[in-house]
Design a protein around this ligand. Structure first.
Ligand code: SAM
Ligand code: SF4
Length: 462
């Protein structure tokens, strides 16, 4: 277990790649259009760029790159908080053990099912299971939880993909997790900067940097080939963190032949009795945040970028246009939030949500802005995961599937959950997007499937 986060290399790259000429920066941005990604020093140079005009060019190019690979679709999901019990003491999180003001709650199987029913009735098809690290929420509990989620069916509605964000497991337990039929395993390193990591994780299992850093290796060894990385922005210099993400991606690609399936980009939000959450040591401004998203999109073009409801609505709407490809919507960050329909519950939640729009409102606003919701879960169900997925994504081939699957799942949503306003808006989008399917055979097959959906069939995909 050789630590692959090379701090010296990161600082050196940041130091050496300052003040590049506008021509050089422009050339790097243009290079990203080839969809081959960017080198370590090129990413450093872009991170060091503060020229407003060039940053605007980064936004525009990142959007083009995303469109080239995935089209204008945004995949939607909701986090499902299973438990806020935690034995760690992360100084930014409301669930930390030393927060004595938090009402602890772990959902029982029946309560998980109630949450899922509420989500399915809203039209959700994907959830992300989230839990604190605690002896009561080990693999046996997570195993039961995944099964409970998949067991709920209401009419044609059901959760079709369960992703998981829980504490790192051993290879043996990751194998058990894989067997439950999860999609992506996500875990954020929070900060890759060793000294900061140590300071903000003073006790508990999570204080072991390397145990966390190698979690994705263990997941891959266990056969989970879709893994999601992330950084909690605000803990340390964002430029360092983005370069460390590049080192992590490179390590995975080198060892397993496949980089991260997704990268999450949470920023620290206020949380109850969490000293760092209310005053992050390295706050990331909105403008720099947008730049970070654009650079990640250009640097690892085939990777899904996940944006949560931590951010306020209007900022989210802007970020959709600089490379984000997956979003949560209508989220609650405490166990039991969906069934109780409470908007917020400070004494039990992990952090405050910035975008409190319902899923229907989020879809309406995104559609008006020209982004199309997708509830697609096709890839992992037909085995297009890990390297197989990347082999299609890298040359831009995945769009062939993404666009028709986006159309079909949007149509299904409109039929089952759409308001009158959204139906009018959505039907317009669908007929316009149908015209963009260049392969005639696939276009005709999509039209046929749309007819079957109208007649009551569900869950159709390519
Ligand atoms: N407990 C597990 C862990 O720490 O990896 C998994 C779930 S944890 C609830 C999910 C993520 O929430 C953490 O990885 C962290 O990045 C994020 N988080 C914690 N406190 C936060 C805060 N105040 N604002 C925004 N995100 C936060
Ligand atoms: Fe626990 Fe995760 Fe929160 Fe840390 S971030 S206190 S491990 S729930």
């Amino acid at each position: 277990m050789q630590d692959f986060i090379q701090e010296k290399e990161i600082f050196l790259a940041l130091q050496r790649n300052q003040n590049l000429s506008k021509e050089k920066i422009r050339a790097i941005i243009n290079k990203s259009k080839k969809l081959k990604g960017l080198s370590f020093w090129e990413v450093a140079a872009l991170l060091n760029c503060h020229d407003k005009k060039l940053i605007r060019l980064m936004f525009k190019t990142a959007n083009e790159v995303k469109e080239e690979i995935y089209g204008r679709r945004l995949v939607l999901f909701a986090p499902l908080y299973l438990s806020n019990k935690c034995s760690n003491n992360c100084s930014y999180c409301g669930f930390r053990i030393q927060n004595k003001g938090l009402k602890r709650k772990q959902l029982a199987t029946q309560e998980i099912k109630k949450e899922v029913e509420a989500l399915v009735k809203e039209g959700h098809k994907r959830v992300l299971l989230v839990a604190g690290e605690h002896k009561d929420s080990g693999i046996a509990y997570i195993d039961k939880a995944v099964k409970a989620v998949y067991s709920i069916k209401i009419g044609g509605g059901q959760i079709r993909r369960v992703n998981v964000n829980v504490a790192p497991l051993s290879v043996k337990n990751f194998k058990r997790l894989k067997k439950t039929g999860i999609g992506t395993y996500q875990l954020f390193q929070e900060t890759y900067h060793h000294a900061t990591y140590k300071a903000v994780h003073p006790s508990g299992r999570k204080s072991d940097y390397l145990w966390r850093l190698f979690a994705m290796d263990r997941a891959q060894q266990a056969g989970i080939d879709d893994v999601g990385l992330g950084v909690l922005f605000g803990l340390y210099d964002y430029r360092f963190e983005v370069l460390a993400l590049m080192q992590h991606s490179k390590h995975l690609e080198g060892r397993f032949g496949v980089g991260p399936h997704t990268i999450s980009i949470p920023r620290i939000e206020p949380a109850l009795n969490a000293p760092l959450a209310n005053k992050p040591p390295h706050p990331l401004s909105e403008e720099d945040f947008k730049k970070v998203v654009a650079i990640i999109r250009m640097a690892v073009p085939y990777t899904g970028i996940i944006l949560s409801t931590r951010e306020r609505a209007s900022l989210r709407d802007q970020l959709f246009g600089v490379g984000v490809s997956q979003i949560s919507a209508g989220s609650k960050t405490f166990p039991g939030g969906y069934a109780t329909k409470k908007n917020s519950f400070q004494e039990a939640e992990q952090f405050q949500v910035g975008d409190s729009r319902t899923i229907a409102e989020t879809i309406r606003d995104a559609s008006k802005a020209g982004f199309y919701p997708s509830f697609c879960t096709a890839c992992y169900r037909v085995g297009r995961t890990g390297k197989d997925f990347m082999d299609l994504a890298k040359p831009g081939e995945i769009k062939k599937f993404c666009l028709p699957n986006c159309i079909l799942t949007y149509k299904e949503y409109l039929l089952d959950y759409g308001t009158k306003e959204l139906k009018t808006l959505g039907e317009g989008v669908i007929s316009e997007e149908l015209g963009k399917i260049t392969d005639k055979k696939i276009r005709l097959a999509t039209i046929k499937k749309l007819g079957e959906l109208k007649k009551g069939k569900r869950d159709l995909y390519f």
